[in-house]
Design a protein around this ligand. Structure first.
Ligand code: SAH
Ligand code: SF4
Ligand code: F3S
Length: 483
């Protein structure tokens, strides 16, 4: 059987042999031997890309690769790229340049690029950069081992960026870590085609996994891999299930029944697809996070129209009102694009007004960045990058003022937190965790020896600024919440 890579399936059969001198495991695939090797991987972009990278590393274990953070140790270098804004592109290009020297220093080093830039520009990049061996798109990551095999078999300078056209989107979550948090991809692609956005071109058409498959997948993660918190992922998770007559609201209700699962988050949402059923679930589902990230992009109806966002500011604010009514403790955050094509002063002012009305707990904000292929790229744009930069800085400062006031109310409140690790605050090492509503809290351990990583603890907030919260430890519940 052909694999689509020009390699016959029979050749890919794997077996494991042990080197009697070193006792090392060697994977045999076809005629090739794979002794233990190291992969260095750099991931840019969103959580979906990070999730994909984890999946890639998981597959590569079968070819005897283990991950390293030391570039000098690497036999295989992989970039998982992001194309959403110029800045993310530029970071990747400068690192790709540096790898050229690493390749000169180490004979046999293999370099590949995957992700969103590779999906649309892989072919040109492989041609342009001598030190690039192969490129692969976003829909073929599960064949990474076949691609790496192909390079070791002596065939390089190829690009694979085909779309998976099979009827159902069906995968099993693969995690390569041993932490209680896991990303679970429930829908891929995006059909929205917002006029500024490259994602539909890099991730393809929307396709959802079946609800039962996701539920079984999460049950297994909880039962066999100690997962307690899942982040459901998709470019537009609210569209989940439309292709199969199912819905995100129904999925969340089912996940709420899983014993041992403590917390469910999801990202990212599009306001157009937030249904009344979903809002109701925010009030009723016990395990659903009390945080929602709901990108608005602009507070001006004329800008939203040019962005092809399919909702008005009034509709958006109406959604926030309904969500807050259904779940009074809900904490909201958003994405804003400043300086979209021909944005006027008054359109910009409307976004500042929206920040006042919406009272977001935090925002991600970006200056508009032209992306080739998108509809906005064809619009004549008279706004300068200087103005965009100025407006972005102004908006960020404005929001910090709002956040400071919201967070000034937090001291004295108590929260259940999953401890994620250490952070350094003013030179002092403190534990760091996230509240159910996604605020990061730092707090001191009770003693030097105390190891709280991945424990559930209760903390009381003692002080808060616009960007961080300090707390004191009240109780330690261990690795599971006490029921
Ligand atoms: N699917 C999500 C977000 C995808 S990209 C949604 O629909 O909201 C993440 C964020 O990057 C977007 O929310 C947007 O704020 C920003 N973004 C996307 N394209 C951009 C561009 N061309 N210039 C600046 N910011 C952009
Ligand atoms: Fe991009 Fe819009 Fe799709 Fe989000 S919904 S990924 S912003 S096209
Ligand atoms: Fe970037 Fe692709 Fe994610 S463009 S934001 S890595 S979907």
């Amino acid at each position: 059987m052909e694999t689509g890579l020009g390699i016959r399936q029979e050749n890919l059969k794997e077996s494991i042999i042990i080197n009697p001198e070193t006792n090392e495991k060697i994977v045999k695939k076809g005629d090739l031997e794979f002794p233990p090797r190291k992969v260095w991987m750099k991931t840019f972009g969103c959580q979906m890309n990070h999730h994909d990278s984890e999946r890639i590393l998981h597959h590569l274990k079968d070819l005897n690769f283990s991950a390293t953070s030391e570039l000098d140790e690497a036999d295989l270098v992989l970039f998982n790229t992001c194309a959403v804004r110029d800045l993310s592109n530029n970071k990747f290009y400068s690192q790709l340049g540096e790898i050229k020297h690493a390749k000169k220093k180490k004979n046999g080093l293999i370099v590949g690029i995957g992700g969103c830039v590779a999906q649309t520009e892989g072919k040109e990049l492989v041609k342009k950069y001598d030190h690039l061996d192969f490129a692969f798109g976003t829909d073929v990551i599960d064949t990474i081992n076949d691609m790496v095999f192909r390079v070791y078999a002596g065939d390089s300078k190829f690009t694979i960026n085909s779309w998976d056209r099979s009827e159902n989107f069906s995968i099993e979550t693969k995690i390569s870590h041993e932490t209680p948090q896991a990303f679970v991809n429930i829908i891929k692609g995006c059909n929205k085609y917002c006029s500024y956005c490259i994602v539909p071109y890099t991730r393809g058409k929307e396709r959802s996994r079946l609800k039962n498959e996701v539920v079984e997948d999460v049950k297994k993660l909880v039962e066999y891999q100690g997962v307690q918190e899942v982040m459901l992922l998709g470019q537009n998770v609210n569209s989940y299930g439309k292709d199969n007559g199912e819905s995100l609201a129904e999925l969340l209700i089912d996940l709420d029944q899983i014993n041992g699962l403590e917390l469910v988050r999801y990202t990212t949402s599009h306001p157009y697809d937030v249904s009344d059923e979903l809002i109701a679930v925010h009030g009723s589902a016990k395990k659903l996070s009390k945080h929602l990230h709901l990108p608005v992009q602009s507070g001006s109806n004329t800008v939203l129209e040019r962005m092809l966002r399919e909702y008005t500011v009034e509709h958006y604010l109406g959604l926030l009102e309904k969500l807050r009514k259904a779940q009074p403790e809900i904490v909201l955050s958003t994405d804003i694009i400043v300086g979209f094509v021909n944005e006027t002063e008054s359109e910009f002012q409307a976004t500042l007004d929206l920040l006042d009305s919406a009272q977001f707990d935090s925002i991600y904000s970006y200056a508009y960045s032209l992306r080739n292929k998108t509809r906005a790229a064809k619009m004549v744009d008279n706004l300068s990058d200087d103005v965009r930069g100025e407006r972005l800085r102004y908006l960020q400062k404005y929001q910090l003022g709002i956040q400071e006031k919201i967070r000034a109310k937090l001291p004295g409140t108590e929260h259940r937190v999953l401890v994620e690790g250490f952070g350094t605050m003013g030179g002092i090492k403190k534990w760091r965790g996230r509240t159910n509503c996604n605020r990061v809290v730092h707090f001191l351990p009770e003693s030097e020896e105390q190891n709280l990583k991945w424990n559930w603890v209760d903390v009381k907030i003692t002080s808060a600024t616009a960007l961080s919260c300090q707390g004191e430890l009240l109780n330690v519940h261990g690795r599971r919440v006490l029921q």
